[in-house]
Design a protein around this ligand. Structure first.
Ligand SMILES: Nc1ncnc2c1ncn2[C@@H]1O[C@H](COP(=O)(O)OP(=O)(O)OP(=O)(O)O)[C@@H](O)[C@H]1O
Ligand SMILES: [Mg+2]
Length: 165
């Protein structure tokens, strides 16, 4: 007898799995960013969420310095909203949207070009509303005692790519 499966619950959200990493200090957050950087390509978008001071810029700093070793300073884009860097194979676009006034302001910042062929890191992605692209790698950083915990929420494609992270 054939069986009919009810797949109505298989929404993109339901298919996501989580990976968690303990980050005991600032250096561990930077090291995690550096480790993650080896898995990333042009066209990837990372959404970094977490409260003020969680460590989103610190993770970005480790990631950017690893891909662009000549970069000495990775300032927080809190006031500029965007800082860009060159890696050998692509540009890195580091956004902090905390001070964005309206979601559509992202187009003036060149977000379209970033998403098309850059590596895009977005702090405070909530500010983009429903303009966020599909298939982002979502990393939420939580306070955990004196340190932090990074929670990765993975689509099946990201789970396959990061399985040995
Ligand atoms: N794993 C960790 N344990 C303890 N402190 C950390 C850790 N990671 C980063 N920090 C520290 O947390 C502070 C804030 O970090 P950071 O500026 O990266 O936060 P942020 O999430 O980018 O904040 P904002 O929302 O203001 O942009 C820094 O002093 C940094 O050194
Ligand atoms: Mg920051």
């Amino acid at each position: 007898m054939s069986q009919l499966y009810d797949c109505t619950h298989m929404s993109p959200e339901a298919l996501k799995t989580e990976m968690a990493f303990d980050l005991k200090n600032d250096a561990a957050t930077r090291a995690f960013g550096a480790r993650l950087s080896a898995y990333l390509n042009a066209g990837d978008t990372l959404c970094l969420t977490g409260d003020l001071g969680a460590g989103k810029t610190t993770l970005s700093r480790g990631l950017i310095r690893s891909l662009s070793p000549k970069t000495t300073e990775v300032p927080s884009p809190t006031y500029t909203l965007l800082q860009t860097y060159s890696a050998p194979d692509f540009d890195i676009w580091h956004f902090d949207l905390y001070r964005l006034k309206t979601p559509s302001e992202i187009w003036e910042l060149g977000m379209e070009d970033a998403i098309y062929d850059g590596l895009t890191l977005i702090e405070w992605p909530e500010q983009m509303g429903n303009l966020l692209p599909d298939g982002t790698l979502d990393i939420d950083i939580r306070f955990a005692g004196a340190g932090r915990k990074a929670l990765l929420s993975l689509t099946p494609a990201w789970k396959a790519r990061l399985h040995d992270l």
